[in-house]
Write a protein that binds this ligand. Structure first.
Ligand code: AP5
Ligand code: MG
Length: 211
């Protein structure tokens, strides 16, 4: 199965992609995570993209597409994958078939702009195992500590109010038009992202399994 998840910052793409990856036994590929890994390792690529990412802009299509094309060659992608955060504009969508072949479904997770800042500023993540939390909506058992591996949780650099506003604007200008693009292709499923995490997950699974 080849899936794409689209949705504004904080829509719950990463949260749902992790659950879907486990449920279907397919890889979860987040281009944001891949880029953050480059920054963490201090590679040339990481240095090149850090300013753009920390300011909430989009990294160039060439860089992200090349990174994706390389990632999907890995063994864990043989049964399929979930693309989280790619494509991010019409030009990336137009080039995607050449990289992946035809997609099965594009899931668009909808949430209102006004709850995004709350979701973003309350998000905490585990730098070791990638588990994701929210201080109010999905808190860890012990404050600031990962349930899964005991590591101290961290906050993303781009999860401050100013950068989140910029990311929302970039989403509206560049990424939201993809909903129309994929509606025309006839493979989009619109999901209400303002329900509990489990309800959103169940709605996505129903959409994937309905004809
Ligand atoms: P990326 O990492 O993809 O960030 P994003 O799209 O801004 O999305 P987020 O990861 O912030 O949100 P999410 O939808 O995954 O939400 P989550 O599940 O964590 O990209 C970062 C940057 O990388 C970009 O700005 C760009 O610079 C660059 N980049 C990446 N891909 C690119 C591309 N293709 N082209 C060019 N540049 C690219 O949930 C958020 C919080 O809400 C969590 O705390 C979670 O616990 C909570 N939550 C989730 N679901 C619910 C729910 N149903 N109810 C209550 N709380 C919930
Ligand atoms: Mg994410």
């Amino acid at each position: 199965m080849k899936l794409v998840l689209i949705g504004c910052p904080g829509a719950g793409k990463g949260t749902q992609a992790k659950k879907l990856s486990k449920h279907y036994g397919i890889a979860h590929i987040s281009t944001g995570d891949l880029l953050r890994e480059q920054m963490k390792q201090g590679t040339e690529l990481g240095k090149k993209v850090s300013e753009i990412m920390n300011a909430g802009g989009l990294v160039s299509d060439e860089i992200v597409s090349a990174m994706l094309a390389e990632r999907i060659k890995a063994d864990d992608c043989k049964n399929g994958y979930i693309l989280d955060g790619y494509p991010r504009n019409v030009s990336q969508a137009e080039g995607l078939d050449a990289i992946t072949g035809p997609l099965d479904k594009v899931v668009c997770i909808d949430v209102d702009d006004n709850i995004i800042v709350d979701r973003m500023t309350g998000r905490r993540g585990c730098p070791k195992c990638g588990s994701m939390y929210h201080i109010k909506y999905n808190p860890p058992k012990q404050d600031g500590v990962c349930d899964a591996c005991g590591e101290a949780l961290i906050q993303r650099k781009d999860d401050n109010e100013e950068t989140v506003s910029k990311r929302i604007q970039v989403y509206l200008d560049e990424t939201k038009p993809l909903a129309d693009y994929y509606s025309k292709v006839g493979i989009i499923a619109d999901i209400d992202g303002q329900q509990s995490i489990d309800k959103v997950f169940n709605d996505i699974v129903s959409a994937l399994e309905s004809k």
